[in-house]
Write a protein that binds this ligand. Structure first.
Ligand SMILES: [Zn+2]
Length: 348
């Protein structure tokens, strides 16, 4: 859409949840624009009218789909890059844009794909919690088999017009791990990674936990991600653990962690733990993430630096304390090694 060479507001992203009763992964991106806006081809190819409201342009290696568009091109016609394919259909207010290659949907916003595109928003980890059969389990009383769920969201990088203004979208990447002291009990795991491809449709209920819903006009969606659908805590020793959830892919890193105490029912939680958790407005236990964020950031920064420099972790932490977390994070960024770079290297 015009203007070319400028970033347009995107209000829906790849793998966002779609549907009400039956969830599915969103297979493209939703780009906001007024009804009637001309839609131009991003690449040349042959036109296939998939329906009266969808145009596909098939190129040698990739197919691009433009949905909610009243076609202006004819079936079978060859179009050049920039040709008008149609106009945004009445009442749709957006183009659903999808890219398919070798039978799989790709993220059209991945690096090197449609551009310019920059995302400087900071994702939010709203809560991390334990559940059993959908009911919250207090983190200081975790035992047996539990579900581990994080609620997180991001905001579109550009303001989206009403009635979709200010509504959340899913973060492109969520990773998590569990530690006991310095020991890593569960190494970095990926809860969702939308950076490159659409997730296999049959994974929908492994990724999204019940309670997840998509955005509706003027009504915010809610994104609950399973970290573990059934974590058998009987397989770990009693004691204090920490779940860390990190979103370090965009310039704004989001970190949160939840301290948990796995214990026999008769054991009281350590005194120092009292007051560390609270019941959130969502009706379940969550961490006061905002208070812990600085500490989590500090520790992850130390680990990133230790990893990058080969410095022992203890030294990196001392170094950080001496020089200040913010400055060292800046240094790491300036050196061209954003925190996400070494962290990604830890993928098990
Ligand atoms: Zn869409």
């Amino acid at each position: 859409m015009r203007p070319f060479g400028r970033q347009h507001p995107v209000r829906g992203f790849l793998n966002d949840p779609r549907g009400s009763r039956k969830l599915s992964f969103h297979f493209g991106i939703d780009i906001s624009a007024p009804d009637g806006t001309p839609v131009h081809a991003v690449a040349p190819g042959r036109v296939f009218l998939e329906s009266g409201r969808a145009v596909a342009v098939v190129g040698p290696t990739r197919t691009f789909g433009y949905w909610h568009v009243v076609p202006a091109a004819a079936n079978g016609e060859f179009v050049a890059r920039g040709d008008v394919l149609g106009h945004i259909a009445p009442r749709w207010g957006h183009v659903h844009f999808a890219e398919r290659r070798a039978g799989r949907y790709r993220n059209p916003l991945r690096r090197g794909a449609i551009h310019p595109y920059a995302d400087r928003t900071k994702p939010t980890i709203a809560s991390i919690g334990f559940f059993r059969r959908g009911r919250p389990v207090a983190p200081e009383r975790v035992s047996g088999k539990v579900e581990l769920i994080v609620e997180a969201f991001d905001m579109p990088p550009r303001r989206v017009p009403p009635p979709w203004t200010g509504l959340p979208v899913t973060p492109a990447l969520i990773r998590w791990r569990i530690k006991r002291g310095r020991r890593i009990v569960v190494p970095w795991q990926t809860a969702i990674d939308s950076r490159f491809e659409m997730l296999p449709p049959d994974r929908i209920h492994e990724v999204y936990a019940p309670g997840t819903r998509q955005n509706h006009p003027n009504r915010a969606g809610r994104y609950r991600f399973f970290l573990r659908r059934a974590w058998r805590t009987s397989q770990v020793a009693d004691g204090a653990y920490r779940v860390e959830v990190a979103q370090l892919v965009s310039p704004g890193a989001a970190l949160g962690y939840l301290a948990l105490h796995h214990r026999k029912p008769e054991q009281a939680p350590p005194a120092a733990w009292r007051g560390m958790t609270e019941r959130s407005s969502r009706g379940y236990w969550s961490t006061p993430i905002a208070q812990l964020r600085d500490r989590a950031r500090h520790e992850l920064a130390a680990e990133a630096i230790a990893h990058r420099t080969g410095m022992p972790l203890e030294l990196a932490e001392l170094e950080l304390m001496a020089r200040g977390t913010a400055r060292l994070i800046d240094t790491a960024k300036r050196d061209g090694a954003e925190l996400r770079v070494p962290l990604v290297g830890w993928r098990p």
